[in-house]
Design a protein around this ligand. Structure first.
Ligand SMILES: Cc1cc2nc3c(=O)[nH]c(=O)nc-3n(C[C@H](O)[C@H](O)[C@H](O)COP(=O)(O)O)c2cc1C
Ligand SMILES: [Fe+2]
Ligand SMILES: [Fe+2]
Length: 397
């Protein structure tokens, strides 16, 4: 037995938790799991909003059946085609052969491309509405949040926004499904890690989406991942506004690679001096230990970044190379950067980190430090100078 969770009198939660998948997009660790949220409008035309990852179909169908008790679904709104949501579309379409799939022009092309479905489709355009009986669904395009076909669905009567990936979060819904049923603050880190790694590249499309949605009276945001928001809406909109503008708080992320501890010693030296200079928010990561998604999430949070790497076969350490490549792809703006490195015969790491700093167009702070072999007094003091310069830059920003 399952008692369905209601968003309103006739709108139900039909999402599922996934605590088994290790990596989201086969890339990002899911330490706290992830929820795939889907919603069901029980109206004259029974309407499903998005589906779930296909491996979760069994749990999903049970939740649907708890509401419908054998009745058929008439409509499926597809806000986003990424398979973590659209993965079950083909099965749903087979189970309900008369179902009409609703999406925009780009969605319908993808439905054909992924599933070979070309009929029973309804195309919707910007601002258009569809009526299910007692509910009016209005559609707004939010391209690149997170794919080009992404859109959101607003239920006018209930003022609920089905926002697809926007405002979503990693982390399962452990009993609490609404933000006021849980310790919501515990979700902020996973929400930022989700945003920064999934949509972080698309700051300007996110800004456009926020502007568009600012005209709506929203009482509830029902994303495809994470808690349904009905209490913390202004807070989360504000976070999205800051993140998509690449605004950040006072703090330093130190990320280093180190095989034998020499570069790490430099990182420790930098961190200590930052603390002496009054920087409280210092996040230090060994890139071989911590997945880049966590480091990037903190780089979205803090204004300063200090990177250190040993030279490895005339290149950066491969794990630092992976981090800087991902940062370049993400294109975070408006950060300060300091760099350091270690080598034994001919240093290349600092040169490569300098190249990265100019490629990403971050303001370089302090004098780069590169030590040969063990860390000695002169470079130890140079690491402290680098930290001092960064602490001063942060305070004057
Ligand atoms: C696989 C490997 C490749 C390396 N390649 C270079 C190199 O191309 N140039 C160089 O000057 N040092 C090279 N080194 C030496 C390291 O950069 C140097 O020992 C550095 O201090 C290591 O820093 P760590 O203790 O933080 O790992 C290499 C070391 C290893 C293990
Ligand atoms: Fe997505
Ligand atoms: Fe998603």
């Amino acid at each position: 037995m399952y008692i369905p969770v209601k968003l309103s009198e006739n709108i139900f939660y039909a999402g599922v938790n996934d605590r088994r998948t290790a990596l989201f997009e086969n890339l990002m660790p899911l330490d706290k799991g992830v929820a795939y949220n889907s919603y069901l409008i029980n109206d004259n035309l029974i309407t499903l909003i998005d589906t779930v990852e296909v491996g979760q179909i069994d749990k999903f169908l049970k939740k649907i059946d708890a509401v419908l008790k054998g009745r058929k679904i008439d409509r499926l709104v597809i806000n986003h085609m990424e398979p973590d949501h659209a993965g079950s579309v083909k099965i749903i379409a087979k189970l309900y052969p008369d179902i009409r799939l609703i999406g925009n022009k780009k969605t319908l092309e993808m439905i054909n491309g992924y599933f070979g479905i070309t009929n029973n489709l309804i195309e919707v355009k910007e601002g258009e509405t569809l009526n299910t009986g007692h509910h009016t669904l209005q559609f707004f395009m939010t391209p690149m949040v997170h794919w080009p076909e992404a859109m959101v669905t607003y239920v006018q009567e209930e003022k609920i926004l089905f926002s697809a990936d926007a405002f979503g979060s990693f982390g399962t819904l452990d009993g609490g499904i609404f933000d006021d049923e849980m310790e919501f603050a515990t979700f902020e880190d996973e929400m930022r890690r989700y945003y920064s790694n999934i949509a972080g590249k698309y700051g300007s499309p996110v800004q456009k989406a926020l502007e568009k949605l600012s005209g709506l009276d929203i009482k509830m945001i029902a994303s495809t991942h994470g808690p349904i928001l009905r209490k913390h809406i202004p807070e989360v909109l504000n976070l999205y506004n800051r993140w998509s503008r690449y605004e950040a708080g006072e703090g330093v992320v130190i990320a280093y690679a180190s095989m034998y501890g020499n570069t790490e010693e430099m990182a420790e030296t930098v961190a200590r001096k930052l603390a002496e200079e009054g920087v409280k928010a210092i996040r230090m990561y060994d890139v071989s230990k911590t997945h880049f998604s966590y480091i990037i999430s903190d780089i979205f949070r803090y204004r300063s970044v200090i990177l250190g790497s040993p030279t490895y076969n005339n290149e950066l350490h491969p794990n630092m190379e992976a981090l800087v490549t991902k940062l370049l792809h993400t294109g975070i703006k408006n950060r300060y950067i300091g760099v350091f490195g270690s080598c034994t015969w001919a240093g290349a790491a600092v040169k490569k980190l300098n190249e990265f700093a100019s490629a990403i167009n971050w303001e370089q702070v302090g004098i780069p430090v590169e030590e040969k072999q063990a860390l000695k007094e002169e470079k130890y003091l140079a690491c402290r100078e680098l930290a001092l310069a960064m602490a001063k830059r942060l305070k004057n920003c």
